[in-house]
Design a binder for this molecule. Structure first.
Ligand code: SAM
Length: 394
């Protein structure tokens, strides 16, 4: 099946599940208020907060609640575009496999999609939320799927059984969404030295190590793994990729970055990885920041185009701001501050002059960069920004 047909198929499948696609947040929230009582909304907000703050029991309680038949169509309609993006991409990689595991399958939205598309293949969905597994099995039965079963297993405490040609894990390996990841060596660079202790710490605190090890044990030696997590930011992407490398997982194709909208958010997600084990690596892992739209500062052209006094001569909030800052001509620092926080975060703020134009540069070890350049007459504004940044520093 080509990409268009797979996309059409996933949309039909989501409609069967009762999910709706909203292009306006206002419409979604109006619908949500009609569907759910204020007590249900309060419960959801409470458990979402507990999940953020608490341990695995809070997480299971959250997923058990969201599996309630009144709640899941409303809540998961927020993730409509996520299902579309992940669903068709994963399905496109299943044609060669016979036995497929969907780890952390939740209520089985995507697992049932794959099983419907490929009736000749065998699917197993695994999740530790028992309420989710019950819903998943009921839906599979309603669809008359005999090539799919679900198991309630927590891989943190129980081993997975069987072996699989493809193991799929999407949004199920790195549960700690708030974890910033691994800081770069200093604010001057995006590079991360390999430190076994830091790597282990990331893998342990996000639960990645135990999940990934469990999955590696059940994938066939010639099998594939399809994984996609919220690891687009370099500080999370690097330790995530290193965890894959450490388990001898290799790239079967270039990872794909994914963009979609959820309610209240335009999400930049992924990458979407297709992996195999052992053998020779043919593709290299990329630990560079993403290419962005930032240009270098051109003092002549940018000064000439200056018109509006409220607009800086140049502004860049992307990683490329670093190269632009490095290439500033005759850079003269007026004042600078570098602070180190206990969590490894290092922040640098710098006020300076480059050939009579004034700049403010800000960089930290979690890959944020910002360069603003103004004419001399507006330099007081940069001094104010600089003081503001200092006030916010640890
Ligand atoms: C964000 S949901 C993603 C569900 C599904 N993969 C999707 O893409 O829609 C994460 C799921 O992973 C499950 N999960 C997390 N840790 C697990 C573990 N240690 N063992 C089994 N399931 C786990 C959770 O219960 C939850 O249902």
């Amino acid at each position: 099946m080509d990409a268009d047909s797979l996309q059409q198929a996933i949309r039909e499948h989501l409609a069967w599940w009762g999910f709706r696609h909203f292009s306006s947040d206002r419409d979604y929230f109006a619908w949500q208020r009609r569907q759910l009582s204020s007590e249900e909304l309060r419960q959801l907000a409470f458990h979402a907060e507990q999940k953020r703050e608490g341990d695995h029991r809070d997480e299971i309680a959250f997923y058990d609640l969201t599996a309630h038949p009144r709640i899941y169509p409303v809540l998961y309609s927020q993730r409509y575009e996520y299902y579309e993006e992940i669903g068709w991409r994963t399905a496109a990689h299943l044609s060669q496999a016979k036995d497929i595991l969907d780890f952390g399958c939740g209520i089985g939205v995507l697992t049932t999609f794959y099983a419907r598309l490929f009736p000749e293949k065998n699917f197993v969905g695994v999740d530790r939320s028992s309420a989710s597994v019950v819903v998943a099995q009921e839906k599979a039965d309603k669809l008359g799927l005999h090539n799919l079963r679900f198991e309630c297993v927590d891989v943190e405490t129980q081993p997975l059984s069987g072996t699989y040609d493809v193991v799929v894990a999407t949004h199920a390996l790195v549960q700690a969404e708030h974890d910033l990841g691994l800081p770069s060596q200093s604010w001057r660079t995006f590079e991360r030295e390999y430190s076994p202790a830091q790597q282990l710490s990331f893998e342990r605190r996000t639960g990645l190590a135990i999940r990934l090890d469990g999955l590696c044990r059940v994938v066939n030696p010639s099998g594939r793994m399809i994984v996609s997590e919220k690891t687009r930011q370099l500080a999370r992407r690097v330790p995530f990729q290193r965890a894959l490398v450490n388990r001898e997982l290799r790239l079967a194709e270039r990872p794909t970055l994914i963009r979609y909208r959820t309610v209240e958010e335009a999400v930049e997600d992924g990458p979407f990885y297709v992996l195999y084990r052992g053998g020779e690596a043919t593709l290299n892992w990329d630990e560079e920041p993403e290419q962005d739209q930032g240009q270098r500062f051109d003092p002549d052209a940018d000064a000439r185009s200056a018109g509006d006094v409220n607009v800086p001569l140049y502004e860049n909030h992307w990683p490329s701001a670093q190269t632009a800052w490095e290439h500033l001509k005759d850079r003269e620092v007026i004042r600078e501050t570098t602070r180190q926080a206990p969590d490894g975060r290092q922040v640098h703020a710098e006020r300076g002059i480059s050939r009579s134009q004034h700049y403010l540069y800000c960089a930290n070890t979690f890959d944020q960069r910002q360069l603003v350049i103004v004419e001399e007459s507006r330099s007081a504004m940069l001094d104010e920004y600089y003081r503001e940044i200092l006030r916010g520093l640890p």
